[in-house]
Design a protein around this ligand. Structure first.
Ligand SMILES: C[S@@+](CC[C@H](N)C(=O)[O-])C[C@H]1O[C@@H](n2cnc3c(N)ncnc32)[C@H](O)[C@@H]1O
Length: 328
């Protein structure tokens, strides 16, 4: 039997002494996958052996390895209700992503892997907006989420900024709150063209800025509410946008963003919710997540004709960020 097999067996049984001996004396491979596609860390997490989970993590076992059914050690701990093992894995994930950022390559749906989405054609239909590769840029099932985001960012009225128009769902909802001013940034030429053709430019309280948010920062002011939801960008872009919040968001204002972070894996999603709230905390913002059930919005037919399911979780965690009390 391979040493890796022994390690899996010892981890499954929670035999800490055997795990230590195999790693230290036998140099057993902590990254080993057994026949079922499970690592020692997954076995330990699944059976709630927190001490062994810690030992394996300290020895460099990958926290984000996936089983054949795309589950990580954290998913196994979470699904089996092993809180201590789960907490250790979340912490390992957050620490690793703070440094390496390997998981959430894209914030929202994955944009085209070759070429630039902004230079590509887009396709509009009644219930979705897709890029040229049939990946969804925006879908109508998100309407209740967009309405909830609009409610959050419009709660103190005033001047609202939305970054990324898409299907205009959040902007339509923002208009229901009759903001004094409503600024929209949109970078895709065809989406921009549609904004103009559908009369958004004629609304008295609406100002439309064409361009990537990164390129139009000098035209921005400070706002009472900000919503951010772009497409085909990386977590680093969201992080970069957050660096501008102190200049863009008035004290007392509300900031929210589309929380599609790792929306296809429940455990990675938890890690990224913690990571983003930690990073916003470092900038002086506190983040609350409002849980919204989304299972009922996502019937099987929703994804027909779409290349990738960018969201596979039952609950959406809507972030509401405000300057922390001790920062004001
Ligand atoms: C997911 S959609 C927004 C959906 C919108 N929240 C709604 O309710 O319909 C993303 C939009 O952001 C635009 N976009 C992508 N990158 C951008 C950037 N860097 N700056 C501004 N807009 C961008 C896309 O063209 C697209 O229209």
């Amino acid at each position: 039997m391979e040493k890796g097999e022994w390690l899996c067996e010892a981890a499954r049984g929670g035999d800490a002494a055997a795990v230590r001996a195999l790693m230290e004396e036998e140099e057993a491979d902590v990254t080993y996958f057994d026949e079922g596609g499970m690592t020692p860390l997954m076995h330990a997490a699944k059976h709630g052996h927190a001490g062994v989970v810690k030992m394996l993590l300290d020895a460099g076992a990958p926290w984000n390895a996936l089983s054949p059914s795309s589950l990580s050690a954290g998913d196994f701990a979470m699904d089996s209700g092993h809180q201590e093992a789960f907490d250790l894995l979340v912490n390992a994930g957050v620490q690793a992503e703070l440094v390496l950022g390997t998981i959430a390559r894209t914030v929202r749906k994955t944009g085209p892997s070759d070429g630039d989405y902004l230079e590509d054609r887009v396709m509009f239909s009644e219930d979705k907006l897709m890029d040229s590769d049939r990946k969804a840029v925006m879908m109508a099932w998100e309407k209740p989420l967009m309405e909830a985001h609009a409610k959050a960012v419009c709660s103190s009225g005033g001047h609202i900024l939305n970054v990324g128009f898409g299907m205009g769902l959040v902007d339509t909802a923002i208009q229901q709150y009759a903001p004094i001013r409503h600024t929209i940034i949109e970078a895709h030429p065809e989406v921009y063209d549609r904004i103009l053709r559908t009369g958004w430019g004629d609304k008295d309280n609406v100002k439309i800025i064409f361009g990537r948010w990164q390129d139009v920062l000098s035209q921005l002011e400070s706002y009472d509410g900000i919503f951010f939801d772009t497409y085909g960008e990386y977590y680093e872009d969201l992080r970069e946008f957050h660096q501008y919040l102190p200049a863009l968001l008035k004290p007392g204002g509300i900031y929210s963003f589309f929380n599609g972070l790792c929306g296809d894996n429940a455990f990675f999603h938890v890690v990224y919710c913690q990571l983003v709230s930690l990073e916003l905390g470092n900038l002086g913002y506190s983040t609350q997540f409002i849980s919204l059930p989304v299972k009922d919005c996502l019937g099987g037919e929703v994804w027909e004709g779409v290349k990738q399911k960018y969201w596979q979780l039952d609950t959406y965690y809507l972030p509401v960020c405000q300057l922390s009390d001790d920062s004001e």
